[in-house]
Ligand binder design. Structure first.
Ligand code: HEC
Ligand code: HEC
Ligand code: HEC
Ligand code: HEC
Ligand code: HEC
Ligand code: HEC
Ligand code: HEC
Ligand code: HEC
Ligand code: HEC
Ligand code: HEC
Ligand code: HEC
Ligand code: HEC
Length: 274
């Protein structure tokens, strides 16, 4: 009795204990009468008279639970007469992987506000997320890394929130910014280092200072070529000079000198007269 009066006190004045007792009585009579007389129960229109708070919440914030479902669809019976007071989620939601994960209320905390009450799970989540984002799981399987062993919500602490790599890692150099990381490391496949597009040499420099500096100082036409135009595809890839130049000199030179660099020095700092 005490617990119930607290429920009913929501937003109502202090004298509502009496109101409460009366309404419970009225309810009981109403239910008893209608069910005996016609075999029917309360109408949806009746609910708001006593449950104004729930009606308000669901009207304002219920989304499709307000527009496509009625109170009685989820509450087919009413206490104290009936016991089927809450229809389980899965009796209406089935046939999709997301509906097989169970624990609906863990995330959709208030069925009267199924989307806006969405709480990001405090418990580790992976299977739950993958029920919708299955492609992320496929990516992780294709290129295994230790990111696949972290629960999704350790990085995505809110739904749709994108973390910064720098929350958890140091950059390779103090001049690297958070946006740079994904140019080389896809978040879900961080070991698939296969940069495409334009990658400034400054991003390779922290680990390959010699080549980066040599190329920057080179006054040959190699100096104008982006690292990844020669080092294409998956890191680390090494081209041969012939990939681009073929065998430009006479056959006697090439058969005498197998290695172009014997005369041209270094790919990043060519010896060249041009
Ligand atoms: C005359 C007032 C009144 C009307 C009308 C009324 N209720 Fe209730 N309702 C109550 C009271 C009082 C309780 C608390 C009784 C209890 O939990 O045993 C309650 C409890 C409930 C509960 C909680 C049940 C549980 O198992 O905890 C639900 C759900 C509910 N009502 C839904 C409805 C719906 C849906 C309607 C309209 C079809 C409705 N009520 C109409 C007064 C009313
Ligand atoms: C999609 C299903 C669904 C719809 C539609 C729905 N409810 Fe509920 N309602 C629930 C569930 C599930 C609970 C149990 C909540 C809990 O256990 O915390 C609940 C709880 C309640 C309660 C108990 C108090 C509380 O807030 O937990 C009342 C009262 C209630 N609903 C009234 C209504 C009324 C009135 C409507 C229509 C305006 C309605 N409900 C529409 C699913 C629904
Ligand atoms: C009586 C049937 C019924 C029950 C029970 C029910 N739902 Fe629904 N729900 C629907 C319908 C119908 C829709 C709208 C169509 C759709 O999105 O599937 C819907 C939509 C939703 C949506 C999307 C809402 C929006 O505005 O886009 C969520 C989330 C949801 N339900 C979660 C739940 C959860 C969680 C439960 C259990 C607490 C539940 N539902 C119980 C019928 C129900
Ligand atoms: C781990 C958290 C989590 C659990 C558990 C969970 N959901 Fe969801 N649900 C979500 C998220 C996140 C969304 C996407 C919301 C959005 O689109 O913004 C969602 C969306 C939905 C939708 C909207 C329609 C759609 O497919 O996009 C429905 C319906 C739904 N959930 C029903 C359920 C049901 C039923 C259960 C229990 C079987 C359940 N959910 C369990 C997190 C969860
Ligand atoms: C019911 C399906 C559903 C579930 C469950 C779900 N999501 Fe989503 N998620 C969506 C939808 C729908 C979008 C919006 C997609 C869009 O905008 O293209 C989204 C968007 C996202 C985004 C942002 C995408 C972007 O392009 O910015 C992230 C990150 C995300 N979800 C992570 C998660 C994580 C982590 C979980 C588990 C805690 C999860 N989701 C559970 C349906 C779901
Ligand atoms: C190590 C941190 C981390 C983990 C763990 C992680 N993500 Fe992400 N996720 C990110 C980052 C960062 C982005 C943004 C990527 C971008 O913008 O290129 C992202 C993007 C997304 C997106 C939107 C873009 C896309 O690639 O589809 C979805 C959806 C998503 N994550 C879901 C998940 C799911 C589901 C899991 C668990 C299986 C998960 N994430 C695990 C960091 C993480
Ligand atoms: C929530 C923290 C978190 C975020 C955010 C995060 N990581 Fe990680 N990352 C880890 C953990 C934990 C490991 C496992 C290794 C360790 O313990 O240091 C890891 C490992 C890695 C590895 C090595 C993978 C392996 O299997 O050896 C790379 C590369 C990496 N992260 C890059 C990134 C990049 C790039 C981003 C941004 C897109 C990012 N991380 C975002 C936590 C995070
Ligand atoms: C130009 C490409 C490139 C960029 C940009 C880049 N990385 Fe890396 N990163 C690599 C390569 C290559 C390795 C592998 C080195 C090895 O094999 O030891 C690596 C390794 C890692 C590792 C795992 C090794 C370790 O140190 O534990 C982490 C973590 C990492 N990077 C984080 C980041 C973060 C954070 C950023 C953004 C600030 C970033 N990376 C930007 C190319 C890049
Ligand atoms: C985080 C440090 C790191 C970054 C950033 C990095 N690399 Fe590397 N790279 C390494 C390491 C460590 C090796 C040697 C180990 C190996 O073979 O994986 C290597 C090897 C190479 C090799 C092959 C060397 C050989 O002898 O086979 C090439 C070519 C290369 N990197 C090019 C690049 C280019 C181009 C970039 C910029 C797009 C880059 N690297 C960015 C760490 C890095
Ligand atoms: C014009 C093409 C070209 C460009 C541009 C280029 N490289 Fe190279 N790089 C090569 C070739 C060819 C080799 C192999 C040289 C050999 O056979 O010893 C090589 C070798 C390397 C190696 C391995 C060094 C070793 O001693 O084994 C690294 C590391 C490297 N490059 C990094 C870079 C970086 C970083 C950049 C950009 C700053 C870059 N390269 C730009 C063609 C290029
Ligand atoms: C990815 C293609 C590529 C690779 C690999 C490559 N080069 Fe080049 N190289 C070029 C381009 C483009 C030019 C400038 C246009 C031209 O002269 O064809 C050039 C120019 C040159 C020149 C004349 C440049 C000048 O300004 O004096 C020499 C000499 C040369 N390359 C030698 C080499 C040698 C030796 C290697 C192997 C270590 C090599 N190249 C690897 C693309 C490449
Ligand atoms: C015996 C020394 C020697 C060897 C070995 C050698 N070159 Fe040359 N290369 C030269 C000289 C000398 C020139 C002409 C002067 C100049 O243009 O720099 C030249 C010029 C070039 C040029 C620019 C002129 C042109 O024809 O487009 C390219 C490109 C070139 N070499 C590529 C190569 C490649 C690729 C190899 C290996 C397959 C190679 N060289 C082997 C000495 C050599």
């Amino acid at each position: 009795m005490k617990r119930l009066s607290c429920n009913m006190n929501n937003g109502i004045n202090a004298g509502s204990q009496i109101c409460y007792a009366i309404s419970l009585l009225t309810l009981f009579i109403l239910i008893a009468q209608t069910s005996v007389a016609k075999g029917t129960m309360l109408e949806s229109a009746d609910c708001g008279k006593c449950h104004a708070v729930q009606l308000k919440i669901i009207t304002q914030d219920g989304g499709k639970h307000a527009t496509e479902v009625g109170c009685l669809d989820c509450h087919p019976q009413h206490p104290p007469v009936g016991t089927e007071t809450k229809t389980p989620c899965i009796s209406c939601h089935d046939g999709e992987p997301h509906f097989e994960i169970g624990n609906c209320r863990h995330c959709h905390t208030n069925p009267h506000q199924p989307i806006s009450s969405l709480r990001d799970p405090l418990k580790p989540a992976r299977k739950e997320c993958l029920s919708c984002h299955f492609e992320v799981g496929q990516q992780m399987e294709a290129v295994p890394s230790r990111h696949a062993k972290i629960f999704c919500n350790r990085c995505h602490s809110q739904h749709k929130e994108i973390p910064s790599c720098l929350d958890c890692h140091e950059p390779h150099s103090s001049r690297q910014r958070a946006e740079d990381c994904s140019k080389c490391h896809p978040a879900h496949q961080p070991l698939k280092i296969e940069p495409t597009g334009y990658i400034p040499a400054t991003l390779c420099r922290p680990c390959h200072g010699f080549e980066s500096n040599a190329l920057a100082e080179s006054n040959t036409s190699h100096g104008g070529i982006n690292c990844i135009n020669c080092h294409k595809g998956r890191h680390p890839s090494v081209p041969t000079c012939q990939d681009c130049h073929g065998l430009p000199h006479t056959q006697s030179i090439h058969s005498q000198f197998r290695d172009c660099l014997e005369c041209h020095g270094d790919a990043h700092q060519l010896i060249s007269n041009q």
